[in-house]
Unconditional design. Sequence first.
Lengths: 225, 225, 225, 225, 269
Amino acid sequence: MFRTARLVAAKDLRIELRSRVVTNQVLPFAAIVMVMFAFALNTDAVVERVAPGLVWLATLFSLLILVQRSFAIETADGATDAMRAAGIDPAGIFLGKALALAAELAVLEIVLLATAVILYRQDLRASGVVLLVSTFLAATIGLALVGTLYGGLAAGVRGRETLLPLLLLPVVAPVLIGATRATEAALGTAGAVVADGWPWLGLLGVFVALFSVGGTLAFGPLIEE
Amino acid sequence: MFRTARLVAAKDLRIELRSRVVTNQVLPFAAIVMVMFAFALNTDAVVERVAPGLVWLATLFSLLILVQRSFAIETADGATDAMRAAGIDPAGIFLGKALALAAELAVLEIVLLATAVILYRQDLRASGVVLLVSTFLAATIGLALVGTLYGGLAAGVRGRETLLPLLLLPVVAPVLIGATRATEAALGTAGAVVADGWPWLGLLGVFVALFSVGGTLAFGPLIEE
Amino acid sequence: MQLSNAVAVLGQFPVLAGADLTVHRGEIVLLQGPNGAGKTSLLRLFAGLLPLARGEGTVLGCDLRTNRESIRKRVGLLGHANGLYADLTVTENVRFWGATVGATSAEVDAAMVRMGLAQRLAKVPVSKLSAGQKRRTALACLVARRAELWLLDEPHAGLDATGRDELDATLREATAVGATIIVASHELERAGALATRLVEVVGGQIREKAGSGGSSASAAIDESA
Amino acid sequence: MQLSNAVAVLGQFPVLAGADLTVHRGEIVLLQGPNGAGKTSLLRLFAGLLPLARGEGTVLGCDLRTNRESIRKRVGLLGHANGLYADLTVTENVRFWGATVGATSAEVDAAMVRMGLAQRLAKVPVSKLSAGQKRRTALACLVARRAELWLLDEPHAGLDATGRDELDATLREATAVGATIIVASHELERAGALATRLVEVVGGQIREKAGSGGSSASAAIDESA
Amino acid sequence: MTDNAVTHQQVIAAAASPAPTVAGTGQRRASASGTPFTRALGIATIIAMAVLLLFGLFLSPADVVQGESVRILYIHVGTVWVAYVAFGMTAISSAAFLWKRTTSLTWDRIAGASAEVGVLFMALTLFAGALWGRLAWGKFWVWDARVTTTAFLFISYIGYLAVRGLGGSHQQRGRRSAVVALLAVLEIPLVHFSVKLWRGLHQDSSVADTTHVKLHDLMLFSLFLALVAFTLLYAWLVIHRQRVMAMQDALDDKGLDYALQQRRREGDL
Ligand code: HEM
Ligand SMILES: Nc1ncnc2c1ncn2[C@@H]1O[C@H](COP(=O)(O)OP(=O)(O)OP(=O)(O)O)[C@@H](O)[C@H]1O
Ligand SMILES: Nc1ncnc2c1ncn2[C@@H]1O[C@H](COP(=O)(O)OP(=O)(O)OP(=O)(O)O)[C@@H](O)[C@H]1O
Ligand SMILES: [Mg+2]
Ligand SMILES: [Mg+2]
């Protein structure tokens, strides 16, 4: 399982290295989304208050695109079918693709956070760093897991461009909420205290645990014909 | 040109009727985006103030998906190539696809506006109806035109899932701003006056004029190899 | 058709490296040669899809460098991909592609009967067809176009024995009314019997071969098309 | 391999309508039949990709209804699609598919040499290959797997004359070391010479034909695979 | 599919004629999904609804704070709890479907039927809640934690139904949707505890709260009645819906026999 996962992750990341889609296109996209939010919400005070929420919203939208891309690679020339036919362990495929997705998401989030600090005038503070880092880690892994699970379901289905957001967005709502609150606590947005953030991190932890086990078990039946 | 446009639009709408992707999936997606925004911004007062902006943001994200779907149909089995090889007038393809897209967008926006009125507690008022309707018309057509133009550019390129948002979002920023302000004026959000909305509608008009001419001329070279 | 010292480039790679070829009206020319020799590229060049980098060429009296648009209207290309819309039925596909060039509904029906699609399959969505049935549909779309120059890239691939016979009969009929046909194929037994002339493509260049003389259309008409 | 009265359904349509077939180890069976007869479906059934709706079947001693996963590990399928990653090079593709079943790098290299991909093409991304070169790569991926049962869906399509010879030689070698091969093809001249037995598929059922007796592998070994 | 259309017409025609029974569902008449039991259940439902109306609108008192509007409670809370039950049932049946030894399309159909009814009840909850919100909070909608998570839950099950509608074989439908159902049900605790997690506007748990009982006895009884009535309605709807689904699947199977004949004949042409 883990060998397969490594193979699949390496393949996905190599494809990304070759095509540079995340670096050249998703990153700018996410940045634009942030700017866009700032535009739509025009009042300065509002943006500053809700900045962590916006970071995570932008991450979600980028996630949608990343997942789509991740499975477009597979379905373009029938590789999913080939994988199934080759009897490759679905759990391995799941973990591998999730791993690659998490790596790409992590890069993205760092850029987004930096943008938020600059554009939305958020302050990093020493006391919140541990919380901030663990929140980002947990949320990233959680998002990658759910994204891969539902991406696999939607892949190959007609109208997948639209089914994926429908399934994915409600499920990741807890991540959005948890990560936003924890980030607010870590950054001290609108006077939040660091201690308030830990329970939210717990919520994220539960989510990750759930989907790593659930996804590993469920991915096989999902992609089966 | 117009005959081709009619043919292409009829084909696109028929495919939508068959696959029901917009009705069954994009509509719920847009609704979720609205709920999501409101949730990320959690404070009630904020949501009410920025409701028109959120409607247009949700429209933009749905536009991305719609455009992607509209061109996924063409590239899935090399139909774009076949169209080019058949010498079909690119201006006709452009107008036809834009028309179909505008029809789908219009349905979507009506639902979004209704959601906003209910969820975000916006009030419709008689004096603003003309402005509201013309804003929605102009914005819809404008978005459909730009969407088709850039969709055609991104179609067939590897990594199109990610290239499209990158290209599209900055260009539609004026629509986002213009439509938001005009809608605010029409709905009287945060005490806006109807008269304030007309200049913004003018902006939208210029945008539409620009892209209907520009798109018709540029589409051919864009999809050319 | 005439090509002299034609060079065409994809990326950095010269897919055609100085090809010389003259084809007369009413001929059926068979292009053969190893994989990657440039057969597909040559057909795309004739269809006006691939720009000429160096050298000269005319197709149906139009210059390949200046007048590619007007060529396309008179040329029909069947590529490796079929160019069909998966959500539409067979009839709707053939009708759409017919309509783009103004084919009447009688012609569309005739094309479908020609390729054996008029019965059960007429109302089946293309997504549910087998590989060979899709190929037949693509051929029907082409037949409905009544082009002056037919460019066929491995038309026999995927067709069953009767399909091949139907195709050959169709092609012979087309040349009888003045069409010119260029076929790229690896099935020399099959396509060789049909062709009036054999041409070998190797390394992006053309080597004439002795004609197999299956029919005598070329000998009679000798005006350069 | 054994099938008795096998029924398989896609959507509502019975692609296989009671097929009976017994294949012995070391045979090369050629499936022929009209378009839409069910050849592809039969191969997918053998590969464990299509569930059995009624009837019974065993492949390599595993029951098709209960034990599809364990079949897949020992079977190699080449479908109508190639299952290649467009952004990776030929070598990377073959290596990836080889690695998923634990092929050594020597085996991967041997497979590439076998299909004539070891020179210039080895480092070319698959997206830049011609149709036939892609098919060769897919075959190399399959060869690297060293399956016990080879299922080939129109393997000759797109291959040039030398490619066909190489393929035939490869298949003969594989049977010599005990593999069983089922080929679906419309190229009777070519595949017929290779096959030890001809089987006709019509309307989802199987009609045995007199063996062409090209080789004598089947006569010697007569244990049911 | 032309011949499938023919198939269905023929089978429907066959089903409409009095003689044949649809396999596996055990009704006397193939054209109905009712049995004596469901009829009794239906009557019980109607009676329970009538009693609920009586208690809800007339016998139970108005609230001290909320006045007459409190009567919406019976619909609002009754439907939401039954929706929870429905989604729970979907999850249990989905698990049963996925479990190797019980794999049977009956479980899949129960899951689907239950989810459909659950979505219906959830829509009623939202509707009643919105109306109540207009009266209690002055607005149809607030971005309160429970209200919002309820919306997510609702949309999740719309997604579940979309997955069921994707097509493919019955088994494939069953497997895919079962996975989605097992994940979606996890949102119920999120909705339930959302009030605790985020202190919002919405009512905290007031019934199960043992420390200080706030509800009038008669209100509590009416609420209980609502629960019973909606549960009966749920059971009645699910049984029927599940049977209709079974009939549809059986129709597909009958259609299969016919389609098989057609398919075999293809070769003779
Ligand atoms: C659209 C708006 C509303 C939605 C979506 C909604 C949703 C819900 C949900 C999901 C529950 C079940 C909670 C659980 O036990 O897990 C519930 C219970 C309840 N709701 Fe609402 N509600 C809304 C508006 C209101 C309003 C306006 C009131 C009254 C002021 C109200 C009063 C109650 C009460 C008393 C309960 C039962 C308390 C409990 O046991 O938790 N709801 N609501
Ligand atoms: N973008 C590109 N960059 C580099 N090389 C390319 C590119 N596109 C195509 N090629 C090369 O050019 C040749 C294309 O040939 P073409 O597709 O015309 O071959 P063909 O004769 O049709 O072959 P087949 O019989 O396999 O269909 C191939 O050798 C391919 O590797
Ligand atoms: N989802 C579906 N719904 C209805 N009919 C389908 C569906 N999928 C396939 N079919 C039908 O089932 C048959 C599929 O046959 P299959 O693909 O096995 O044919 P084949 O023998 O491989 O044909 P070819 O030689 O054209 O490749 C076709 O007649 C097709 O129309
Ligand atoms: Mg080619
Ligand atoms: Mg086939």
